[in-house]
Design a protein around this ligand. Structure first.
Ligand SMILES: Nc1ncnc2c1ncn2[C@@H]1O[C@H](COP(=O)(O)OP(=O)(O)OP(=O)(O)O)[C@@H](O)[C@H]1O
Ligand SMILES: [Mg+2]
Length: 265
């Protein structure tokens, strides 16, 4: 890493800046010199075939993976490290937890706590981690449940909710931590087709409310409508990126064209 790599982003810089990131699993290069910036309020959809590195990229942003090379900045902080002049110190576990709170992650499988109601799933993080008074956390959780259309399901357990409802609770749970950016990893791909729309509707509202979002998705219609930018990945590299109207409608690269044709069928 050079001094230039460690130059703090200036004001007005992107909220998220991924710079020349390489991630290997043993000898396998899952991300190869990937750079991507996301501005505040921007919605970026990440598309690409299986194994292209989409999940790995989200996990690196959220520090669920260490990176082998490059830097990631979230706001004006270097992800995973504390910087002192030109020296870098890995974050302590406590610092990592604090930094991870800046990004909310929603997974393909909803990962709700099965023994907790929808409301408890949403209040658990604020109460335990942020030390929000329970009453305040519950009031916020009720507002979030309303926002995702589930005000009547506050006391339901995950097993009593449909997949689409569970995913909407998972989104509300992530929002309850007040993240700066939301990362979605194929949030609708485990759902029955008739339940996809209700989750996309919640994500659309979130996008319109100004939330900064990186969304891994195969829902190209959603990407076309909501994304400010679409990024196509293949074999660990970003092949092409640009406005949805360009990348999805008239892609420059043959690999992007082939992928889009295969998804559209
Ligand atoms: N923990 C791991 N250990 C070893 N290899 C891994 C690990 N996680 C991912 N990989 C490999 O890295 C590559 C990228 O995986 P990744 O999960 O990021 O792909 P993806 O684009 O999300 O694919 P999909 O659309 O199937 O979810 C794959 O070849 C995968 O096998
Ligand atoms: Mg994946």
């Amino acid at each position: 890493m050079t001094a230039a790599d460690l130059a703090r982003p200036e004001g007005g810089q992107p909220l998220l800046r991924i710079c020349n990131v390489t991630k290997k699993f043993q000898d396998y290069v899952a991300l190869d010199d990937v750079s991507l910036s996301v501005s505040k309020g921007e919605v970026v959809c990440l598309i690409g075939g299986s194994g292209s590195g989409k999940t790995t990229l989200l996990r690196c942003i959220n520090q669920l993976h260490d990176i082998n090379d490059g830097t990631i900045w979230l706001e004006d902080e270097l992800v995973g490290y504390r910087q002192d002049g030109l020296k870098l110190y890995p974050l302590t576990e406590k610092e990592t937890i604090r930094q991870r709170l800046k990004s909310g992650m929603v997974f393909q499988r909803f990962n709700l706590f099965p023994h907790m109601t929808a409301l408890q799933n949403i209040t658990e993080g604020p109460v335990q981690v942020l030390k929000t008074p329970r009453q305040v956390a519950e009031a916020t959780a009720m507002k979030l449940l309303e926002r995702v259309g589930l005000a009547t399901k506050a006391s339901s357990y995950p097993s009593q909710l449909s997949g689409g409802q569970q995913q909407r609770v998972a989104i509300a749970r992530a929002l309850a931590m007040n993240p700066k950016i939301m990362l979605f990893d194929e949030p609708t791909s485990a759902l029955d087709p008739e339940l996809v729309g209700e989750v996309l509707a919640v994500m659309r509202e979130l996008a319109h409310s100004g939330m900064t979002m990186v969304v891994v998705t195969h829902e190209l219609g959603f990407a076309r409508e909501v994304a400010d930018r679409v990024v196509f990945m293949d074999r660990g590299v970003i092949v092409e990126e640009g406005p949805a109207s360009e990348v999805l409608v008239s892609p420059r690269e043959a690999r992007t064209q082939a992928f889009i044709s295969a998804v559209i069928g």
